[in-house]
Structures are given as C-alpha cells and as structure tokens.
Design a protein around this ligand. Structure first.
Ligand SMILES: *[C@@H]1O[C@H](CO)[C@@H](O)[C@H](O)[C@H]1NC(C)=O
Ligand SMILES: *[C@@H]1O[C@H](CO)[C@@H](O)[C@H](O)[C@H]1NC(C)=O
Ligand SMILES: *[C@@H]1O[C@H](CO)[C@@H](O)[C@H](O)[C@H]1NC(C)=O
Ligand SMILES: *[C@@H]1O[C@H](CO)[C@@H](O)[C@H](O)[C@H]1NC(C)=O
Ligand SMILES: *[C@@H]1O[C@H](CO)[C@@H](O)[C@H](O)[C@H]1NC(C)=O
Ligand SMILES: *[C@@H]1O[C@H](CO)[C@@H](O)[C@H](O)[C@H]1NC(C)=O
Length: 501
C-alpha cells in the first residue's frame, strides 16, 4: 500500500433526523478496481499504481470489530474478509478483517454458499453467508444483517455494495434471491426515510469525500440537480431482460471535447443515446469504442496493454475538458477536466525508467459503458433506488468541510431537483460491445514508448517539459509541440497487460 489517507469521523449521528451524513476516506490501492458486479462472469484486474478506492468505516459483530470497506454503487452485497483467510494471514488486509470467533452474534446461514465475482477471469471472493450485527459509520446497530464473510479469494479488503437488492450475488440465502440489504435495513429501522443517498467523491487531490444516506448536501454542487430516470441493465447471462432497473444506468447523449483554445469537438455521433452505469467501484471511465477512439486519438494516447492507454504526464496541467451531457439536449452537463483523467505513471516492467501516465479512460469491458471515478469526481449524484432515478449536478471541489443538509423525505421528490431529462438509452450490442477501440498500439523504441500525435490543442501547460503528474520518476524527456504536433516520447512505460490478482 502506498498511502494511508484516512480521515477523522467528523459527523455525529443526528438520531432525531432520518439521515446519515458521513465522511468518505480515500486511499490508493495497488490495483485498478473494476467492481461492476457480474452475475456469473468473472473479472480481470489490471495492475495500476493509480487505482483509487473510496472507503467507508463500518463495524461487524458483537462486540463491534472495526473495518473499512470500499463503497460501491455498482454492486449490492456487503462482505468482509475473514481474519483466517489467506490474504489476511499474510498481512495484506490493511483495511481490517473480521474474526468470527470473537463475535457473539455470528450466525452462519449458508456455509460455503457465498461467492461474488467482479470483473475478470478467475477473480472471486468466496466463503459463508452469515447473519451479523452491522453499523455503518457510527449508525445504530443493524441486527441480523446478511453479509458475506470471505474465507478465500482475490481481494484483501471488503466491499459495501449500495446498489439494488435485486442485483445481489447469487445464490444467496433468500428463497426468492433477494435478501434485505444494508440499505433495506437502514430504511426499515428508520435510519433513512427512503433508499436514497448522495455521493461526493471530491476532486482528485482531496483526501476526503462524503456520502449522505437519506440526504442531499446543497453545498457540494453548483446549478440545479436534474433527475434522470434509470435505464434497464443489459440482459443477464441467460438472455433475460430485467423487468425494472437494477443498476444505475443513465442515458449519455453527448460527449464533447473542449481544447485549450476553447474549440469544441463532438466525440459522440449524432443521436447518441448510450446507457452508461454510474459506478463508484470502478476507478476509470469506460466509453463506447467510437467515442473513446475519437477522444484517445485526439489527445494522442497510445494503447500500452489490455484496456490501458498512456499519455504524457504533463497533460495533468492542461486546461482542456470533456463535457458529458445526459438525458437529451436539454439535460444536465458535467464538465470533467482532462487534467483530472491523468493517473499515475504507468508501471514500467521493462526498465527502471518511468514516464508516461495512465489515461483514466478506456473502451468498454464486457460490453459495459461505465462512468467510474474519473467521471464521478466531477459530479454530485443523488442515487434514488426507491424511485429508479438519479439526480445529477456539477460538483464543486474542495467542499469536504462544509455542509447544508436537506433530508430526502418519503415519496418521490428529491430536494433541489428542478426538472427531469427523460431521453432513453440503449445498451451496447454486437460488434460495438465486443470490438476494440481503433487506437494505435504504442511503438516501442528501446525502453521508450512513442506516443501518438495529438490533433487537439492541449495548451502550453501540457507541453512544459519536466511537468510531473502524480507518482514518482523523471518526466523530463516528455515534450510536445502544440503548433506543430509531433510524436511524443514517453519515458519507458509499458504495462505488462492484464495482471490477475
Ligand atoms: C475510519 O476509522 C479510522 C480509525 O478510527 C479513522 O482514523 C478514520 O478517520 C475513519 N475514516 C473515515 C472515512 O471515517
Ligand atoms: C466461485 O465462482 C467462480 C466463478 O464462477 C468459480 O470459478 C470458483 O470456483 C467459485 N469458488 C468457490 C470456492 O466456489
Ligand atoms: C439489536 O439487538 C440488540 C441486542 O439484542 C437490541 O438491544 C436492539 O434493540 C436491537 N435493535 C433493533 C433495531 O432491533
Ligand atoms: C423476497 O423475499 C423477501 C423476504 O424474504 C421480501 O422482503 C422481498 O420483498 C422479496 N423480494 C422480491 C423481489 O420478491
Ligand atoms: C486541488 O486542486 C485544485 C485545482 O485543481 C486547487 O484549486 C486546490 O487548491 C487543490 N487542493 C488541494 C487540497 O491541494
Ligand atoms: C487555457 O489557458 C489559457 C492560458 O494559459 C487560456 O488562454 C485559455 O483560454 C484557457 N482555455 C480554456 C478552455 O479555459
């Protein structure tokens, strides 16, 4: 682990009000995380020094044992690693682990039946389904909550999935496959009035974000919140369409690049209406191949491994932006600075040198368009499970220490929402779902990677030699001409493809 940026619990729980406003810690994790849960498909995890996880403090058991878990809008189960599991025994569980032998309320309800897969072949976490007492960020005790306790698996930390209960891992102890999730319990115990929460990841250099269970914090965004009805998920592995939304798919209707001179280029085709899932458990943003190729080629990114693209680290100083619009031409837009899509230096498996930085955007994986953390840090999103909708506005960065909380009441109204943008979207299918984006592979010369030629103007700041993004190492060999674009030499940085954990 590189960092330990955990933050003090600054909020107290106002028991008289039905909401829970909590700080969200952030820490670097050694691997890129892709936590969009599949029903059955296993998952590849690529090693990436820039992977970030948004974590929340919980307790499990009696007396309570403290753990931090990744907060994931893309899955729906809470699970924690057992202290006796292999990763924890080898000292890797630095988010904490759970020791069942020390809890008086531990109750196995399905021995060996827990097995959750995220993205990638061979990746799963498996163990027992149990009933336990849980608290979330200092909440009242939630008794008899079904959770997974992993005895073996790929991940050395747990996950709190805060998606739809109808998207829970299968099989599970419920007869109908849907057991009451932590959010269901929070609602039935009156901790929140509605299954709705707002998530503020904050800007990349911030050390703290926030989640507001059952509430909206009006200091965290600018402009009005606009509601978007949720779209249906893709068919399951048996080809069955879900009857109601069971994940946070919204309709992305345009993607526009604004270069450093203010010139705009539309990256998406006309009449674009792409279903894209808002997933805090995925660190990157995965766009459809056509949109991603237009973006990647415009900035001169090169493919340096499976779904890994590299750009000069100096792009972290560019003032170019990407604008995502949702729900149609009258819908809300979220502006994401290019500088906030540039990750840490690409891991170099071939020499001691390092240089090029990871682009936090790629093509679809398993046919899914995912708006992950490189999008979500720029947005304030209210996730309303009870009404199959989200509301979205441009986030204001650096507001971790302010708050103005409005409770989300019973019913359908989201405080602060002015309108609804209703365009419907479609999922990728056919070649669009399975093909690869048309982006050149990096050519390698000795230990250096030759980047592509950007066609967008990225500004003087993006060309200054010696500019260093996150991560260590010299970048002094990175240079780029704006007026006469030319091939850029990225100081040796080839990803060795997918690394399975
Ligand atoms: C989690 O708990 C630890 C230990 O008490 C604390 O230092 C940290 O600030 C907490 N983090 C969050 C996000 O609440
Ligand atoms: C969990 O599921 C994965 C993928 O479906 C499978 O490969 C693995 O063997 C299962 N593990 C256990 C312990 O059941
Ligand atoms: C949870 O269990 C504890 C201990 O049995 C009990 O005191 C408490 O009232 C229970 N909470 C709820 C909400 O039922
Ligand atoms: C499944 O059963 C549980 C009770 O075990 C119930 O609360 C839930 O509403 C049911 N869900 C569906 C989708 O039928
Ligand atoms: C984070 O970055 C923004 C601009 O990108 C800057 O305005 C702000 O001061 C930075 N905050 C911290 C805590 O460094
Ligand atoms: C980018 O910064 C330059 C000055 O460095 C300024 O002239 C230009 O207007 C800025 N572009 C945008 C899109 O803000």
């Amino acid at each position: 682990m590189l960092l330990s940026t955990l933050f003090p619990l600054v909020s107290t729980i106002p028991l008289s009000l039905a909401y829970l406003h909590l700080p969200l810690g952030r820490r670097a994790h050694a691997s890129r995380s892709l936590l969009s849960k599949r029903q059955d498909l296993p998952i590849p995890i690529t090693q990436n020094t820039n992977g970030q996880e948004y974590i929340i403090n919980i307790t499990i058991g009696t007396p309570p044992q403290d753990l931090s878990v990744t907060l994931d809008t893309g899955s729906s189960d809470l699970w924690v690693p057992a202290t006796s599991s292999q990763p924890c025994k080898s000292g890797k569980c630095d988010f904490g682990s759970f020791d069942p032998s020390k809890s008086s309320t531990y109750d196995i309800v399905n021995q060996g039946g827990f097995n959750i897969s995220y993205v990638g072949p061979g990746d799963y976490d498996a163990g027992n389904w149990v009933q336990e007492s849980v608290t979330v960020g200092g909440s009242p005790i939630i008794n008899n909550t079904i959770i997974g306790v992993a005895l073996q698996g790929a991940d050395n930390h747990g996950v709190m999935g805060i998606g739809f209960d109808t998207d829970e891992a299968q099989p599970n102890p419920a007869q109908n496959g849907t057991y009451p999730s932590v959010l269901d319990h929070m609602q039935s115990q009156g901790i929140i009035d509605r299954k709705a929460y707002s998530l503020y990841l904050n800007e990349p250099n911030a050390t703290q974000g926030q989640i507001c269970f059952g509430c909206v914090d009006t200091t965290k965004y600018t402009g009005n919140l606009v509601a978007l009805p949720l779209q249906l998920s893709p068919p399951d592995e048996n080809g069955n369409m879900p009857q109601t939304p069971n994940a946070f798919y919204v309709t992305l209707t345009s993607v526009v690049f604004t270069d450093s001179t203010g010139v705009t280029t539309r990256l998406s085709p006309d009449d674009y209406a792409q279903s894209a899932v808002l997933d805090s458990g995925t660190s990157e943003t995965l766009l459809s191949n056509d949109v991603f190729a237009a973006f990647a080629n415009g900035v001169g990114a090169v493919n340096t491994g499976s779904e890994t693209y590299t750009v000069p680290c100096s792009y972290s100083n560019s003032n170019a932006t990407v604008t995502y619009q949702f729900g149609g031409s009258d819908g809300p837009s979220i502006v994401v600075p290019l500088s906030e899509m540039i990750g840490g230096q690409t891991v170099n498996h071939f020499s001691a040198k390092s240089g090029g930085c990871d682009l936090g955007v790629a093509g679809p994986i398993d046919g899914q368009v995912i708006l992950g953390d490189t999008f979500l840090r720029s947005a304030y999103v209210v996730y309303d499970i009870s009404n199959y909708q989200v509301a979205i506005a441009q986030a204001v960065g650096g507001k971790a220490s302010t708050s103005s909380i409005v409770q989300v009441p019973v019913g359908t109204t989201i405080p602060g929402v002015s309108s609804t943008a209703t365009a419907s979207g479609t999922q990728l299918s056919g070649y669009a779902a399975t093909g690869a984006p048309d982006v050149p592979s990096a050519s390698v010369s000795g230990n250096t990677v030759l980047a592509g030629t950007p066609s967008f103007s990225l500004g003087a700041a993006a060309t200054s030699s010696g500019a260093v993004a996150t991560g260590a190492g010299s970048t002094s060999n990175i240079a780029m001409a704006t007026t006469a674009p030319q091939a850029v030499i990225l100081g040796a940085g080839l990803m060795a493809g997918a690394l399975l954990l």
